[in-house]
Design a binder for this molecule. Structure first.
Ligand code: B12
Ligand SMILES: *[C@@H]1O[C@H](CO)[C@@H](O)[C@H](O)[C@H]1NC(C)=O
Ligand SMILES: *[C@@H]1O[C@H](CO)[C@@H](O)[C@H](O)[C@H]1NC(C)=O
Ligand SMILES: *[C@@H]1O[C@H](CO)[C@@H](O)[C@H](O)[C@H]1NC(C)=O
Ligand SMILES: *[C@@H]1O[C@H](CO)[C@@H](O)[C@H](O)[C@H]1NC(C)=O
Ligand SMILES: *[C@@H]1O[C@H](CO)[C@@H](O)[C@H](O)[C@H]1NC(C)=O
Ligand SMILES: *[C@@H]1O[C@H](CO)[C@@H](O)[C@H](O)[C@H]1NC(C)=O
Ligand SMILES: *[C@@H]1O[C@H](CO)[C@@H](O)[C@H](O)[C@H]1NC(C)=O
Length: 417
């Protein structure tokens, strides 16, 4: 009797596992495949021995099938050696998943993650939605390593999501969807129905929010959240009310790749799995025997023209009006830079011309983040940061990637999230 029940149980598990693989039905047309190869090569070539290792890059190359075995080895080695104590919850979770995708034992990283998530609580009921991004990755990583013990932790996390009142954040919603779908698929048959109902309610909620962000051209949220959103929509147990045209999203993403919009290695790491029909739920199933000795075929698309010899003028304002901060300021400078320069060059030129525009950066997985301007520094506890805007519209890239146009008015505004 018990034997039959166990067999039945594993059969049912196997069924739920496969049902997650088949939903998304869109792919890169073979004529466009070289474009995808190009950005993967670009991403892999960003791996070097000096910068800190980026787990999302290893994750993406393992899901896609790595070209550079050297980059794969170097990243795996560096992530194995990374000190658990130096990492945030989200970084620890991504590192765990990246090592799993390289068929390495993440070791004590899993237990550390579990302890941290057992003690985790949001800073408040109206905590900014994006503060759930790291914890979502943590639930996903734990779900893949230890689903039974994660069940109560994930349930508490799901209730916290439900109670949160801050505006929806696309990237975070996508990551939470992957995490809770993983959990939903691993609820043991015969366990409390409460878990199933809870996860399915939260998933439904998030997925409806995601589907309201699907634009006419197929972009979901903004172009840089689309990769994670595609992963989310292709694994969910129930489709949203508004139908999603996966191929349309794919075609728009490919057009944007052609335009050179995916040049930041981290942006490539987040879109590549979807272009390969993979999701982060596939991490435990990656095969680690190199099957892919073939080198990629490069595309014939011209790369975007670099900086030219003519100069443009950019109007640059630094603004701090936050109450509670002593030193209020609002200063504007005109700077001349080579056409095609990134915003970072504008900031450097402003700093060179006038010491009030002095700034500092910190290194992150997305590259350099502007951490301090005119001696005023972002602070996680105060939730302050330097927001970058063009006119009144926030930029969707950082200073090291964004290329300003002539007479553009860029503002760095000290604000809160
Ligand atoms: C949370 C978050 C923030 C928080 C980070 C602080 C915090 N403690 O939570 C705040 C609100 C400060 C923020 C700011 C910005 N962000 Co942001 N952010 C995110 C989000 C939702 C999750 C990041 C995360 O927690 N990762 C998990 C941890 C484990 O990884 P991590 O590497 O340690 O995370 C750090 C970096 O991601 C860094 N970071 C966050 N955003 C950005 C943006 C840039 C350009 C850089 C260099 C670093 C950086 O802060 C994280 C915490 O320290 C991502 C979504 C995504 N898809 O990645 C967007 C995302 C990375 N952000 C984005 C953008 C555009 C910005 C801003 C440039 C917006 C603006 N107009 O000002 C600014 C940065 C400006 C500056 N000063 O340089 C884009 C980047 C796209 C791109 N191609 O570059 C993303 C992908 C959102 C999107 N879909 O468009 N962000
Ligand atoms: C990377 O750097 C370390 C020392 O910092 C060195 O021991 C190692 O051999 C280097 N690896 C490669 C592949 O260059
Ligand atoms: C998502 O949508 C639901 C309605 O379907 C709403 O109640 C909820 O507040 C939304 N969640 C977020 C985070 O915006
Ligand atoms: C900052 O200065 C600009 C002009 O230099 C002005 O248009 C803007 O209203 C000022 N903003 C604040 C908040 O004082
Ligand atoms: C800065 O540029 C703007 C627009 O190009 C112009 O109106 C303004 O007079 C310039 N200011 C200075 C101080 O040169
Ligand atoms: C053109 O821009 C560069 C920085 O990109 C700057 O060093 C140079 O002085 C500018 N030339 C003029 C004429 O302003
Ligand atoms: C920033 O602080 C340093 C050291 O406290 C000081 O020397 C410098 O003048 C300050 N710079 C600005 C722009 O206020
Ligand atoms: C700049 O930040 C202040 C303080 O958070 C805020 O009140 C203001 O609306 C922001 N300005 C822009 C243009 O976003």
């Amino acid at each position: 009797m018990a034997g039959v029940a166990v067999q039945l149980l594993s059969l049912l598990w196997a069924m739920t596992e496969t049902s997650t693989q088949t939903q998304s039905s869109c792919s890169v047309p073979s004529a466009e495949q070289p474009l995808v190869n190009d950005i993967q090569v670009l991403m892999e070539s960003s791996v070097d021995n000096t910068t800190f290792p980026n787990p999302s890059v290893l994750l993406a190359m393992n899901l896609a099938g790595a070209y550079s075995l050297e980059a794969q080895k170097l990243l795996t080695y560096k992530l194995m050696a990374s000190d658990t104590a130096d990492l945030t919850i989200g970084q620890l979770a991504l590192t765990t998943m990246a090592l799993t995708s390289s068929c390495r034992d993440p070791g004590n990283k899993v237990s550390s993650l579990q302890t941290q998530m057992e003690n985790w609580a949001p800073s408040s009921l109206d905590a900014h939605a994006s503060s759930f991004y790291g914890p979502s990755v943590a639930i996903l990583a734990l779900c893949q390593n230890n689903p039974e013990t994660t069940l109560p932790i994930a349930a508490r996390f799901a209730k916290t999501l439900l109670a949160n009142s801050s505006p929806f954040n696309m990237d975070t919603g996508a990551m939470a969807t992957l995490a809770l779908t993983c959990m939903y698929n691993k609820i043991p048959i015969g366990s409390e129905e409460g878990y199933r109902a809870l996860f399915s309610q939260v998933l439904k909620n998030i997925v409806e929010n995601i589907s309201t962000r699907i634009q006419d051209d197929g972009i979901i949220g903004d172009i840089y959240s689309t990769g994670l959103a595609m992963q989310a929509l292709s694994v969910i147990p129930e489709q949203p009310n508004k139908e999603w045209n996966c191929q349309q999203t794919m075609d728009t993403v490919l057009d944007d790749i052609k335009e050179g919009i995916f040049h930041n290695p981290m942006s490539i790491a987040q879109i590549l799995p979807s272009l390969k029909g993979k999701t982060y739920l596939d991490v435990p199933h990656v095969s680690c025997t190199p099957d892919h000795e073939v080198q990629p075929t490069p595309s014939n698309y011209p790369s975007p023209v670099p900086t030219s010899t003519s100069n443009i003028t950019v109007i640059y304002t630094i603004n701090n009006q936050l109450r509670g901060v002593e030193l209020l300021f609002n200063k504007t400078i005109n700077v001349s830079v080579r056409r095609g320069s990134v915003l970072l060059i504008v900031l450097e030129e402003a700093q060179r011309k006038n010491p009030t525009f002095k700034f500092e950066t910190t290194m992150t997985s997305w590259g350099l983040m502007i951490s301090s301007i005119n001696n005023l520094t972002e602070n996680v506890n105060d939730k302050t940061y330097w927001q970058l805007l063009s006119g009144k519209t926030p930029l969707n890239e950082g200073a090291a990637d964004y290329i300003p146009f002539n007479h553009e008015h860029i503002t760095a505004n000290f604000t809160q999230y």
